[in-house]
Each structure stands twice: as C-alpha cells, then as structure tokens.
Ligand binder design. Structure first.
Ligand SMILES: Nc1ncnc2c1ncn2[C@@H]1O[C@H](COP(=O)(O)OP(=O)(O)OP(=O)(O)O)[C@@H](O)[C@H]1O
Ligand SMILES: [Mg+2]
Length: 178
C-alpha cells in the first residue's frame, strides 16, 4: 500500500502521454482546481496506469489540433480526475461496452467519420484494465460522450484523511497491497 499524493502535473510531465500528444499534434493541458495536494491510499503504479490509459485514449481518439484536458478537482470525499477530449466521441449504444475486455468500437458505428483511431491497432484492453484498477481502489469511473464532439472520463477516488504522521504505522501493518 502506498500513499499517493496526487500532483497532476506529475502525471502530465511523465514522458509517455507528452510524447504521444506531441507526435499526434494534440494539445495536452491540465486544470488544477484544488489548492492542496490530494491524498489517496492505493497502488501508485496502478493509479498512474489508470490515468495514463485514459489520457492516451483521449489523445488517440482526438484528431490533430484537438485538445485533451486533464482536470483535478475534489468533491466532499473524493478526488475527482477528469480526462476531457475534443475527439471523435463514442456512440451512445457503445458507452457501456467499451469497458469490456477486447472491445473496440467498430468504425461503422461512427457513421463514416474518418478515424485515426482505427489505425492505432489497440487491443481493447485499456479501459478494462482501468475499470479493474478503479474497482480495487473503491472508486468509480464514468464516461459522457457526444459523437463527433468529444468525451469526458471521470474518475472518483476516495480521499484519505489519515494524517501523514500516521502513514508509517499504516504501512507497517499492511506492507503488501493486493
Ligand atoms: N476518449 C475516447 N474517445 C473515443 N473513443 C474512445 C475513447 N476511449 C476509448 N474509446 C473507444 O473505446 C474502445 C476501447 O478502449 P480501450 O482503451 O479499452 O481499448 P483500445 O484503446 O482500443 O486498445 P488498448 O487500450 O488496449 O491499446 C476504443 O477502441 C475506442 O473505440
Ligand atoms: Mg486504449
């Protein structure tokens, strides 16, 4: 178990999303709407994978010169991370299926929109992995989308209220996560 202090800049500064956005000519920005860092108890590598899977999708399914914005906010008990894009969107009838393993939206469903995404050759696993990670952290993952306009994926993760001074104790009791 690790105490993750969510600095969203940290996620965006990681090389992979930045390099992908650069080569796809997509603008990647962040909006931090909290004054203080947010603490979440969880596996930091998995949480990084969760957020980066969503950011990479947003970039891949957004045409050139589109925009991907990662928002960090909080509600009363949750850290709220949104990955918004101005991309191709997802057909309404596909919104629940995209979280299934190996499921990829068929290009016909996009009504003839020209899709760079079809050339990405993904395996359809990214969102299934994201969903599994979110469930193991007692969080939630939701999507809203408008075909041809863009999508917003919203992660909610329970905030940790343990004072930092007690963290070592917590860690010693439960050294292993999973
Ligand atoms: N931001 C998005 N905008 C539009 N469509 C999306 C977006 N994110 C996911 N999708 C659709 O959901 C499908 C499933 O996404 P998922 O990340 O699970 O798989 P993938 O991106 O196809 O492959 P992988 O992530 O395994 O490389 C995608 O094939 C795509 O059709
Ligand atoms: Mg993906």
């Amino acid at each position: 178990m690790a105490l993750l202090i969510f600095f969203l800049e940290g996620i965006l500064l990681l090389n992979t999303p930045i390099a992908i956005a650069f080569s796809a000519k997509v603008i990647l920005t962040s909006a931090i709407r909290v004054e203080q860092p947010l603490n979440i108890v969880g596996d930091s590598e998995q949480l990084y994978r969760l957020v980066s899977n969503l950011i990479i999708n947003a970039i891949q399914y957004t045409p050139q010169f589109g925009k991907v914005t990662v928002v960090l906010d909080r509600s009363e008990n949750n850290a709220v991370i949104q990955v918004q894009d101005t991309g191709i969107g997802i057909p309404h009838q596909e919104l629940t299926r995209i979280f299934d393993r190996f499921y990829r939206v068929n290009s016909d469903a996009y009504g003839g929109l020209r899709l760079r995404s079809r050339k990405t050759g993904g395996s359809g696993l990214g969102l299934a992995i994201a969903q599994a990670i979110i469930q193991s952290h007692q969080g939630s993952l939701n999507v809203q989308s408008q075909l041809g306009k863009g999508s917003t994926f919203t992660i909610q993760l329970p905030l940790d209220v343990t004072p930092i001074s007690q963290f070592k104790l917590l860690y010693r009791r439960q050294p292993k996560f999973q």
